[in-house]
Design a protein around this ligand. Sequence first.
Ligand SMILES: Cc1cc2nc3c(=O)[nH]c(=O)nc-3n(C[C@H](O)[C@H](O)[C@H](O)COP(=O)(O)OP(=O)(O)OC[C@H]3O[C@@H](n4cnc5c(N)ncnc54)[C@H](O)[C@@H]3O)c2cc1C
Length: 407
Amino acid sequence: MSNESYDLIVIGAGPAGAAAAIAGARGGASVLVFDKAPYGRDKVCGDGLTPRAVGALNELKIDLEDAHRIDGLRMIAGKKTRELAWPRTARFPAHGAVWPRRRLDAALIDAATEAGAEVIWETEALPIIDGDRVTGVTAGGRDHRADMVVVAAGAPGQVARMLGADRDKDEPFGIAIRTYAETPRHADRHLEACLTLSDEHGTAVPGYGWMFPAGDGTVNIGVGALSTMKNFKKLNLNNLLASYRSLVEPTWNIGPNLERPRAWRLPMSTQKRHGSGWVAIGDAAGLVNPMNGEGIDYGLESGMLAAELFLQDPATAPARYDTQIGLRFDSFLRTGRRFSFLIGHPLILRTGLRLAVGTDAIATITLGVMGNLVDSDTPGAAGKVLTIADKALAVADPVLRRTRAAS
Ligand SMILES: Cc1cc2nc3c(=O)[nH]c(=O)nc-3n(C[C@H](O)[C@H](O)[C@H](O)COP(=O)(O)OP(=O)(O)OC[C@H]3O[C@@H](n4cnc5c(N)ncnc54)[C@H](O)[C@@H]3O)c2cc1C
């Protein structure tokens, strides 16, 4: 038993945990981070960063020189292709990036160490729960005390179960699989998303296949699906990826898979994201955008917010974090989850897709809405569409859930 005591202890050194550690340590807090993986670990991911995520990295003063710059999105629906620039807003930069997670996550945690955070690798940490309060963590056979524990442990596992912070079973979630391949088009400056995926039985899959060029000779190739689809439990992601691969092979001229395709979960809800002495951030708080599967930005933003509120007042930080993160994201993410029930219906999905990519103007609005790139000061067309969608989906929600994937 040790008497070591810190202001903040962070469980998990992914983007969310690193962002909390950077902001906390730069603000003068003593910060200890644990990760059960070794330094330089990879994370199964598409490696795509929207302008919103680049904005968050800029806020953290992370140098993006090592990342591959991305100017927009190529949307493919059936035979229709639309190449769009990122929407211009006053709030977010006009470019995104692809940054393989091994390197992105190392850059982030290096910045945390530089700011003064202590990081302990290959050590699992579990919360110490004293009555209804989290007082620290047990890790490496020792107890470590903290004024606040930041749970940044990714998709819910043991830590979430201990804290009652598992996902809400009535809400949707996603799964996705990815690998890398060499391609002559590795320096392409657009993310590519194919929105018309079907499984081997011809059922339309709510989700998309992606080609995210990394600028280093390779492309990240993957597919993701939402749990709202019919026969979701029987969906074979390896087969879905293989069929998507054969679809893109001629246009991307890709080589063999550079590693075995690996799949992981995308949590999109949580039963709880704070309590006395603790907060959950990033995937551990279910903060993944159901409309595009993006989670890096939400991890960075929630990590920064948790640390800033702690620096202002440790005692009230967990409750204020819950309120403020809710104000920032809850309505958007709720709309996204409702949307995922909507597109779980194959007919609605097909019709909606035809509409969404129908013209450049509509496709640009789709991109703004799905990427959460709406500037609340000047909401523009995407902002208005989001408000209308929010209201319409709220009305339709009970029916959509009742008829879930039944059509
Ligand atoms: C296939 C796929 C593709 C995706 N593509 C994209 C994309 O292109 N863009 C995007 O923005 N998002 C994407 N996402 C989502 C994104 O990967 C996650 O949202 C993001 O990694 C969340 O970051 P995090 O820091 O919350 O968690 P993680 O990155 O999962 O980090 C959690 C860390 O906690 C550690 N840990 C867990 N438990 C413990 C413990 N008890 N003690 C110590 N350490 C622990 C783990 O080792 C890990 O390092 C994708 C997800 C998948 C599955």
